[in-house]
Design a protein around this ligand. Sequence first.
Ligand code: SF4
Ligand code: SF4
Length: 510
Amino acid sequence: MAEQPAFDVPELKPYPVIPKLVEDTMAHSQPFVAKSDFQEPLGFPGERVDDWQDVAIKKMGELTDRYRSLQVFLDSCVKCGACTDKCHYYLGTTDPKNMPVARQDLFRKVYRRYYTFAGKYMPWLVDAEDLTEEVLDDWYKYFHQCSQCRRCSVYCPYGIDTAEISMAAREVMDSIGKGQKYCNEIIGKVHTIGNNLGLPEPALLDTLEGLEEEVEEDTGVAVKFPLDQKGADILLVTPSADFFAEPHVDGLIGYAKVLHEAGLSWTLSSHASEAANFGMFIGSYENMRKVALRIREAALDLGVKRIVFGECGHAWRVAYSFLNTLAGPFDFLDPRYPVPQHICEVTHGLIQEGRLRLDKSQNDGMVLTYHDSCNVARASRMGDIPGGQFEIPRAIIRASCNHFYDMPADTVREATYCCGGGGGLLTDDLIELRVKGALPRMEALQQVVEDHGVTHMAAICAICKSQFAKVLTYYGFQMDQIVSVHQLVSNAIILTGSEQEKEAELSEAA
Ligand code: SF4
Ligand code: SF4
């Protein structure tokens, strides 16, 4: 059970209900501000600079010059209102400033004031606003109530992407010394140690050896979890949560079993022991690049031929959309494989080639649904067919389980709801926001529980898994109702030489 919260947990209603506006319900919510120890190593001022308004306005101009899309987004909103009820944070909190258009306007009004003719000379006519202390305060609060999930952009007739505006606002705030502790502390750990958790190489090695023992004890097969193995074909880059958190680690066991059974040579890297790239959440190209370069360095050092990413939503968004720009060219890798590849693409390909044997009945204790991670759904693809990012994970689940039901159509695929913890908000100082932001997903889950007896929800995102493991309990579910997609594969896979293979052969013979 969740501890008694200090806030009201929204009631699950028959989906969908658009709530009435209640002003300022989340005006008290903001994450801890980063101290200088976390700001300076990232190249930001340690604390708010004296001339912060001038610095912020200059930065805003730099960003609108550098990213033409940002300027187009700021100039083109016609206030049609189509996005207003599309954000999970608005639906969960009822705060009108969590409507996407209102969130954008926090930034847009200031942009207009300093970068448009009308805003400079007739601000009252065009709703332009000075960058004041109060405005900055609202920026800090409400740009940390956006998980950069892009759901609103799907419904905007102009495709205005609030996520990009939110990233720009955070970048401006970092530039004046007002960064967010959670994100910036994590990025610093990746720069110095290689992963979000600050897990040093000996601890990582110890963890992987422990997993080898566990899998061998369980299956009778010596599945390896190699680390820093030079000359391996595949570098697997996975979120560090996969090394110990539940249900993430069950997914890592699944990847290892798949790669073992297919006879593929692979390794993890202690230098690039993190797939996540929080540089994207704070809109910092420089920090995102620095994190991405560790992967390139590891690939070169180990002499691998392919790079495969584990189950992590935003890591895949960064990898799929930006890895080649940030850290390419990857012309030293085997050109027969895409750079990068997702572990779901690898597993799906092996299933299609008939190289994996899966006993679906091993998952008969579960009735599954699937949560599309927003970053995978709306900011990337998989495979070589449109919509592969939706079909490939579902095909893996169907190949591994007998019982699968999708949640309502307007809550999955490109319309999926964020888990409520993405975009650098997966921190306990934002627990109220996280719980309330999860409401639309919880309502959709409740519907398939009632209609089909769904017992578990699978996901391919480390943040979604951590978020759901925490917030499910606030809505009367159990924390272990969230599972990794590769956990299902891990349960079903028949490893050559395993106890399960012997049992299968005996039952066939009988
Ligand atoms: S990007 Fe997602 S979290 Fe941000 S305003 Fe749009 S729907 Fe809300
Ligand atoms: S849907 Fe697009 S154009 Fe309409 S109000 Fe929202 S951001 Fe503006």
